[in-house]
Write a protein that binds this ligand. Structure first.
Ligand code: HXC
Length: 257
């Protein structure tokens, strides 16, 4: 694939995407966001891929939206570009996405990580929303996703001050899943990804959908949604295979159908 700002590769059943503008700490320009989306959507459609890993080359995961590109824009440009639809599409990828964060994940970079399902971080990972320092605010879900994740109090503090959140703090507040030394981070993400990739893909798919539903639905409606997904899985071949394998005391061979 001919991408300018990202690299893609495949490791077994895992589709890998690496942000690759290390000279500017992987600042996200619009083309890059389109490329990330395009790579994710093609992995999402590819039945041989079960998990997506998103990482950043160099000193950062991503230090935010490209400030230079953005600086001359006005509201009408944003409206006409309708660029946030690409972010919405990233957030609606069906397969599980693991963000692998080393160094900075700031502004749009943090928002991108929050669009993923799991976050594995290096001990040097730093998160934050420095938009206030630029006279703006997050625009790709930062005020919403961070608040739903950590609650109003910490969200306000971090968004008002722009101060950096260390990997340890991020772990403490449930923003990330785990911290690893930089040297073994990607290996650990691949291990976790491989584990998820061995599960029944439709289970993973409907679990992701149901958990995301829980974030913005009242309990009763969410329960209803969960139940329908639960029922639906009983029409899959993998449900038959999974339960048969249990009864026959062997490992299941899931096909994703
Ligand atoms: C464009 C950026 C950039 C960004 C870094 N660079 N972040 N370029 N947009 N967001 C560039 C620098 O200009 C510099 O280019 C090179 O990357 C290395 O960065 P340095 O600043 O020299 O590195 P360092 O001193 O280590 O500082 C790292 C840093 C700092 C603390 C992360 O770069 C920084 O504050 N960056 C901006 C972070 C930020 O405000 N992000 C939020 C953006 S707004 P040169 O050419 O000088 O070497 C946002 C809104 C999202 O994300 C809205 C939704 C899309």
């Amino acid at each position: 694939n001919n991408y300018e700002y990202i690299q893609t590769s495949i490791e077994g059943r895992i589709g890998m995407i690496a942000l690759n503008r290390p000279d500017v700490l992987n600042a996200l320009n619009r083309t890059m966001v389109v490329e990330i989306l395009s790579a994710m959507e093609s992995f999402d459609q590819d039945e041989s891929i079960r998990v997506i890993i998103l990482s950043g080359n160099g000193r950062a995961f991503a230090a935010g939206a490209d400030i230079e590109e953005m600086s001359a824009d006005g509201p009408i440009d944003f409206e006409l570009l309708n660029q946030f639809k690409n972010w919405d599409r990233i957030a609606s990828i069906k397969k599980p996405i693991i963000a692998v964060v080393q160094g900075f994940a700031l502004g749009g970079g943090f928002e991108l990580a929050l669009c993923c399902d799991l976050i594995f971080a290096a001990d040097d990972a730093t998160f934050g929303f420095p938009e206030v320092n630029l006279g703006v605010m997050p625009g790709a879900g930062g005020t919403q996703r961070l608040t739903k994740l950590v609650g109003k109090t910490k969200a306000m503090e971090w968004l008002f001050t722009g101060k950096r959140i260390t990997a340890n703090e991020a772990l403490q507040f449930g923003i990330i899943n785990s911290i690893f030394a930089k040297e073994i981070l990607i290996e650990e993400a691949l291990k976790a990804g491989g584990m998820i990739a061995s599960q029944a893909p439709l289970s993973i798919r409907f679990i992701k959908e149901a958990v995301l539903k829980a974030v913005d639905t009242p309990l009763e409606e969410g329960m209803h949604f969960e139940r329908k997904n639960f029922y639906l899985l009983f029409s899959s071949e993998d449900q038959k295979e999974g339960m048969r394998a249990f009864i026959e005391k062997r490992n299941p061979d899931f096909k994703g159908r």
